[in-house]
Design a protein around this ligand. Sequence first.
Ligand code: MD3
Ligand code: FE
Length: 216
Amino acid sequence: MITDDLFENDEELNQIRLGEGTLLIRHFINEYTAEIITEIETITKQAPFRKMLTPNGHKMSVGMTNCGNVGWVTDLKGYHYSQQDPITQRHWPNMPSLFRELAVQAAGLAGYPNFQPDGCLINRYLIGSKLSLHQDKDEKNLNAPIVSFSLGIPATFQWGGLKRTDQTEKLVLSHGDVLVWGGVDRLRFHGVLPIKSNNHPLLGEQRINITFRQLS
Ligand code: MD3
Ligand code: FE
């Protein structure tokens, strides 16, 4: 059939270039779901999800933890990266090699062949949790992309411009989707709208987002 020729490569159908520096790869990690969930369970036994305080004193609705050499934290003093979990004063749990391998592979597909993630922020959204429009600019090396994995129930992601007031587009991120952001899109404002009631067969009423960052 002619359609077989046009859509020869199923992988290409799942790869959507959203901007010059941005690639969405739908379902990229689906087949690793069980292993990824097991790794998250191991990590959160050592470094549990917690709702951090913003510099303004607001408690975030998203539960956060980290793995890897450096982790993102926020408190009344501001946003920063730290090698220690502020709750346990211990090093963050190691980044699982499966996480690193999948993130590096996704970055390669998006055109970032030298990605070396050393930090991994894990966000847990329960029903109603949201992440207000923001830029990720606490990383020293803004040349490196950020890779994000979405798991569990879907979220509506907001994707803006380089100014807070620029118009935003909405995009639904579903279980297994991977987004890679870099280059000219690296400093775009973005956020997550309040999560709507839903249920995922393995994760229940939650969404987990994992972002891989290169700090060095
Ligand atoms: C666009 N997380 O952890 S991931 C964050 O779904 C964060 O939990 C969201 O924003 C979440 O900082 C979105 C996708 C993402 C990550 C980083 C970006 C999009 C980005 C950096 C620049 C532009
Ligand atoms: Fe962000």
